[in-house]
Design a protein around this ligand. Structure first.
Ligand code: GRG
Length: 311
């Protein structure tokens, strides 16, 4: 079995079960990417190489892990939601490729490797992002999902995901983030940016895994609240890591938020208060899972990992 070195800090020994789960999902997703995407050498090669390059550059696979963990928490199985889980990674990777472009964050390093546009040029990087997003919709409506779930659930999940990542979601958050650079902003706007830019995709990944496995409305509401809490906590920790993180571990340059005068939690509240806020959000997320049995353990582990992570 391939060894996936994603947890490298001795402090993270506490999170062995999260490590095991995430390593398993990482392997599953990497294999599924190869099965479900046009091959790297398919014509026209350059676009498929660019898509594979960013997708297989590493990455913790947190969003697909959440799709799968939510499915399993409500009694479903991972194979039933696999194409949808892969789709969330394609969506996430598209946002990274586009966000790194010179017109946006202009970053040189991502997942420990030169950014997509540095290797393939800007035009192909834009098109690779577009193709990843389009391919995600092919996978969110994949025939095998219809066999294992219902057509109604598949449609509902795909619709939810589209809502979460459009101008009323991820893109909206990114726009407000961009427009706020260099300007003083209030806590409400900052929370909007974080929830929309990062939180919605995380929350939708949880919800969609549960929807595909026919979760009851009560369970879905609890998972939805879990997703909202961990989504905001994730971005607060991301802000902190941009100041105190290790570039090698993170696989990207740090200090870029400060350099671009970006709106962040530490800039508004300081590192300590920001960490306290993230920890309290994770505590709240764990409360949402209290009525769930052992099958929700990976969701609990992932929530704890979100706040303890160093990469
Ligand atoms: C629509 C272009 C566009 C952007 C939307 C999500 C986003 C806004 C931009 C991506 C850039 C970024 C650094 C966002 C902050 C949060 C985040 C998504 C961090 C990276 O996620 P991880 O840690 O990354 O899950 P890996 O590489 O492990 O998958």
């Amino acid at each position: 079995m391939r060894k996936v070195a994603i947890f490298r800090d001795p402090r993270e020994l506490l999170f062995l079960s999260a490590e095991k789960y995430l390593s398993e999902i990482q392997q599953l997703i990497d294999d599924a990417v190869l099965q479900l995407l046009p091959g790297e050498k398919s014509y026209p090669e350059c676009i498929h190489e660019a898509m594979h390059y960013s997708l297989l550059a590493g990455g913790k696979r947190l969003r697909p892990s959440l799709v799968i963990a939510a499915a399993e928490a409500v009694g479903g199985d991972r194979q039933a939601v696999l194409p949808f889980a892969v789709a969330t990674e394609l969506i996430h990777t598209y946002t990274l490729v586009h966000d790194d472009l010179p017109a946006l964050d202009d970053d040189d390093l991502r997942r420990g490797k030169p950014t997509n546009h540095k290797v393939f040029g800007e035009a192909i990087a834009i098109l690779a992002g577009d193709a990843l997003l389009t391919q995600a919709f092919i996978l969110m409506t994949h025939a095998s999902l219809m066999e294992k779930s219902t057509e109604k659930n598949v449609l509902k999940a795909a619709h939810e995901m589209a809502q979460a990542i459009g101008s009323g979601g991820t893109i909206g958050g990114q726009v407000v983030d961009l427009k706020s650079e260099g300007k003083p902003i209030d806590a409400e706007t900052l929370e909007y940016i974080h929830i929309y830019k990062t939180g919605f995709l995380i929350q939708a990944s949880v919800r969609c895994g549960a929807i595909l496995c026919d979760a009851t409305p009560e369970r879905l509401a609890l998972l939805s609240s879990y997703g909202a809490h961990i989504g905001l906590a994730f971005q607060i920790i991301d802000d902190i890591l941009d100041i105190v993180g290790d570039e090698k571990k993170l696989g990207k340059d740090i200090g870029s938020d400060l350099g671009k005068e970006k709106a962040t939690y530490p800039a508004l509240f300081g590192i300590e208060k920001s960490r306290e806020k993230a920890e309290s959000l994770i505590d709240e997320s764990l409360k949402c899972l209290e009525s769930f049995d052992d099958r929700a353990e990976p969701m609990r582990d992932i929530a704890r990992f979100f706040v303890q992570r160093t990469f």
